[in-house]
Design a protein around this ligand. Structure first.
Ligand code: PLP
Length: 474
């Protein structure tokens, strides 16, 4: 494809994307395809000759779009928001078009320095002090892994340059709440701590924040039995209920034990943009690292995950590499982001967030987040004032945990009823919700915050939930 062919095709494709966004509200939210249906509709082998853009677009329309659950749909209330605001999409197009290769500062100085600047913009918007430096990665799972690798090396004084964890005299222990995201367990396992050294700390009901007294007891017991408390992963905005662990109290305990503290604020980090929500993050200045994903609620295209640290040298000491072919006369005076994370070749992710912040401005983003918070409170008021409906957890942000309880019903029947009405909502195509287990029983999460979702969409959802739950029976 030459430049002029690209120009024409890109115009057509941008029109196609704009049309998709314009009509997404008319599509069924949840993908209705059977496993293998998408693959079966595609050619089995690659073409020898050049294809036609019209055919490519036809496949998008006929195979790809029906094969998606539409996260940009105004009636998408599933999981957490995964907004790809169009301003950010523009940044993504530029990143792909530039095709820059971030191997080192010298390989793409602008890639590094735009990332530095945009991380600093986001830091300021979050009200974090200038002590923090950020980098952009693919997701909160990777950030937890990086944090736990750094914690491991800090606790062992650099075991990877000796015998690794296998050469350590005392096992290292890691602590996180029983409601922490599954990616935290995965990160701790991959970082080599070993399943027997992970401590899932109980949460305090009904708010479901990590119980600091239980944490203190576990840490003291581990110490007494010859283990080394190495790291605590706190969650700001758990996936299940958006509960906030008490970061300040946790940091105090961590200091007593010399343990590393990482905050996983994957979804809720966007709320730091709102001064009225900062109290939820009280103590965050004291932690060692913090991750949040502007690609969730805020609207940067997926794989824009911010990892902030106060001591970048702690990242470099664990992840630096210095092959001869990447050296330049600038080394030593510039940031080499490859040494702050796992990948060597980095794409120009910062453009997505830069485009979002520069083209929309912070005021518009804050207004949208506040709209969602207000809508969540309005729906919470409706749910809790309606007979037969329960709100199962506080609503500090934009996610509600609900159950419909047609009395009288045993626990198993109630589970069946919950799954049945949620599935009836989802299979209708008119809205999408997530069922999840809370203390062993099913409830339904309503996660508000898709970019186009206005109050009228939530009213429609509430009518649908009532229709399906009250008409489903058991
Ligand atoms: N942590 C929390 C609290 C989450 O809610 C999620 C995903 O929703 C993750 C981690 C995983 O994030 P990622 O998909 O960016 O790895």
């Amino acid at each position: 494809m030459d430049v002029e062919e690209f120009r024409r095709a890109a115009h057509d494709l941008v029109d196609w994307v704009a049309d998709y966004r314009a009509r997404v509200a008319e599509l069924p939210v949840r993908a209705a395809v059977a496993p293998g249906e998408v693959a079966g509709a595609l050619p089995k082998s690659p073409p020898e000759g050049p294809g036609d853009l019209k055919d490519f677009i036809a496949v998008l329309d006929e195979v790809v779009v029906p094969g998606l659950t539409h996260t940009q749909h105004p009636a998408n209330f599933a999981w957490f928001p995964s907004n790809a605001a169009l301003a950010s999409v523009l940044g993504d197009i530029v990143a792909g078009g530039l095709g820059a290769l971030g191997l080192s500062w010298q390989a793409a100085p602008a890639l590094t320095e735009v990332e530095q600047v945009v991380c600093d913009w986001a830091r300021q918007l979050c009200g974090l002090s200038a002590r923090w430096s950020g980098t952009i990665g693919d997701g909160a799972s990777t950030a937890s892994l990086v944090a736990l690798l750094v914690a491991r090396e800090r606790a062992t004084g650099g075991s990877l340059r000796r015998g690794g964890l296998q050469g350590e005299p005392a096992p290292l222990t890691v602590y996180f709440s029983e409601d922490a995201h599954s990616s935290v367990t995965k990160a701790a396992l991959l970082a080599g701590y070993g399943e027997g050294n992970l401590r899932l700390v109980t949460v305090r009901r009904p708010r479901r924040e990590l119980d600091v007294d239980a944490l203190a007891q576990l840490m003291a017991q581990d110490l007494a039995e010859g283990r080394r408390p190495a790291a605590i992963v706190t969650t700001a905005g758990t996936t299940l209920t958006t509960a906030f662990d008490p970061i300040g109290d946790i940091c105090q305990l961590a200091r007593d034990h010399g343990a590393y503290v990482h905050v996983d604020a994957a979804m809720a980090g966007s709320a730091m943009l709102l001064p009225e929500c900062r109290h939820l993050f009280e103590g965050v200045e004291e932690v060692d690292s913090l991750c949040w994903n502007p690609h969730k609620w805020l609207g940067s295209v997926l794989e824009t995950s911010l990892l902030y640290v106060k001591d970048p040298a702690s990242l470099v000491s664990v992840m630096a590499s210095d092959p001869s072919y990447l050296r330049s006369g600038r080394d030593g005076s510039v940031v080499q982001y490859r040494d702050w994370g796992l990948p060597l070749g980095r794409r120009f992710r910062a453009l997505r967030l830069w485009a979002l912040l520069s083209l929309e401005g912070a005021a518009a983003l804050r207004a949208r987040l506040r709209r969602d918070l207000a809508n969540a409170q309005r729906l919470a008021a409706l749910v809790s004032s309606t007979t037969g409906w329960e709100l199962l957890a506080p609503v500090p942000l934009q996610t509600l945990c609900v159950r419909h309880v047609p009395a009288p019903l045993g626990a198993e029947d109630l589970d069946r009823h919950t799954l049945a009405w949620c599935e009836a909502v989802n299979s209708s195509g008119a809205a999408h919700l997530t069922p999840a287990l809370l203390d062993g029983h099913w409830m339904v999460r309503v996660s508000i915050g898709a970019e186009p979702t206005e109050w009228r969409h939530i009213e429609q959802l509430w009518d649908l939930m009532r229709e399906k739950a009250e008409g489903t029976g058991t």
